[in-house]
Write a protein that binds this ligand. Structure first.
Ligand code: 3PG
Length: 414
């Protein structure tokens, strides 16, 4: 059997002289006007895995995606190759082909110690179709590429909630393992989910309101979250669900984003877990071009709510002071405007001060922590968005599950 994770890691294979196919997630935010990658955290985070494979004598070919067909960030991986090359301090051979003759010839002639990055795998239409691993193993991508490789490594934790050919097809036909980043994510998140990590406090904010509601529906009944502290848009939804009057401007935003259908679910959560769900007690708005803090329900009409206020920070900080584990996802306010990043900054400082084990999800919180010089004090930044949520919700991630299937089918060499 593999190990306690249920799948092989890079420790279980000898990579020397082996052509290795590596799936990474370097899907990055792209400026729609310039086409520039605006945050390369994910690219940087795979460097350790690639360096180790190279040091251990593999010739590494990388498969990755960028965006979804039809979206403005759906583009080639040319700029990713340049950034990857910078972080590896090594030339990356970028091939504008996924599995056609140019890609296959580049793989066949690749030498140990070399890195080849193939084109955005989602340029190939079958890649975005969800199917079971058995079916993905029969796709053209897998049929053309698998015979050219000895080993497959999945380091793409952030896409492991998808059953796409590049993720679940190859492990069915090649000896496979999890890469270092994927291993680190799974180990850390599993540890966080263990019962010894109590009390476990979630701080949920940011723009992905439906994801946060879904996460709460999963975590609260299972007792994984002892308290959920809400900020940002999701907190506005729950405040409305509690009957608070937030002002016309905020209500308009909630309406505009189509969040009202989530209201019954928020009300249901409040009915069942009122003692565990905590909402802001004050807010920050814009008045005469300045940040002004108001208690909730002061009855005035004002600008949209842009941040949590100081009393909320105080309340949340004292709850976090009791925590063994804090999981924070998404900023507390409109951080694009410096005046309203205060709530997120103060909460992050409190997270660090709490002494709890800390796990942060999402690029914004990482950027703020770096700006504040406290990033080193955070135990872990997850690269996963949807995968992070799915894992914490207790869902089985297909691209990780299939690594266990692969471990049953193929023997490791170590
Ligand atoms: C992500 O950014 O969450 C992953 O890269 C997965 O992307 P997807 O949601 O387009 O599959």
């Amino acid at each position: 059997m593999a190990n306690k994770l249920g799948f092989y890691t890079m420790d279980n294979f000898d990579f020397n002289g082996k052509k290795t196919l590596l799936r990474v997630d370097i899907n990055s935010p792209i400026d729609p006007v310039t086409g520039r990658i605006t945050d390369d955290t994910r690219i940087k985070s795979h460097a350790a895995t690639i360096k180790e494979l190279l040091e251990r004598g593999a010739s590494v070919t990388i498969l990755a995606h960028q965006g979804r067909p039809g979206d403005t960030d759906f583009t080639t991986l040319e700029n990713h190759a340049t950034l990857l090359s910078k972080y590896l301090n090594k030339e990356v051979n970028y091939v504008e082909d996924v599995f056609g003759p140019s890609a296959r010839s580049a793989i066949s002639s690749s030498k140990p110690g070399s890195v080849t990055l193939l084109e955005n795998v989602r340029f190939y239409s079958e890649e975005s179709i969800e199917k079971v691993p058995e079916a993905q193993a029969k796709t053209y991508l897998v049929r053309y590429l698998a015979p050219l490789f000895s080993l497959y490594v999945n380091d793409a934790f952030a896409t492991s909630h998808r059953s796409h050919p590049s993720l679940t097809g190859f492990p069915m036909v090649l000896p496979s393992c999890g890469g270092r980043l994927l291993q680190k994510e799974v180990e850390f998140l599993s540890d966080v989910m263990s019962t010894s990590s109590k009390p476990c406090i979630f701080v949920l904010g940011g723009g992905k309101v439906a994801d946060s509601v879904q996460l709460m529906e999963s975590l609260l009944p299972k007792g994984v979250a002892d308290k959920v502290l809400l900020t940002g848009l999701v907190s506005h939804l729950f405040l409305i669900a509690k009957g608070e009057r937030l002002g016309k401007a905020t209500v308009k935003i909630i309406e505009g984003k189509g969040l009202y259908p989530l209201l019954p679910r928020a009300q249901n959560l409040l009915r069942n877990y009122s003692n565990k769900i905590v909402t802001p007690v004050d807010i920050a708005i814009l008045r005469s071009d300045e940040r002004v803090e108001l208690p909730l329900g002061d009855g005035q009409d004002h600008s949209p709510i842009y941040d949590i206020g100081s009393r909320t920070v105080e309340l949340y900080s004292s709850i976090m002071g009791e925590a063994k584990v804090i999981i924070m996802r998404g900023p507390a306010g409109y951080i694009e405007d410096q005046r309203f990043s205060k709530g997120s900054e103060e909460l992050l400082k409190a997270v660090v001060k709490s002494g709890a084990k800390t796990l942060l999800g999402g690029g914004h919180l990482r950027a703020i922590s770096e700006r504040l010089g406290i990033a080193e004090k955070i135990d872990y930044f997850s690269t996963g968005g949807g995968a992070f949520i799915a894992f914490l919700s207790g869902e089985r991630l297909p691209a990780i599950e299939v690594l266990s299937v692969s471990a049953q089918k193929f023997k490791a060499d170590r």
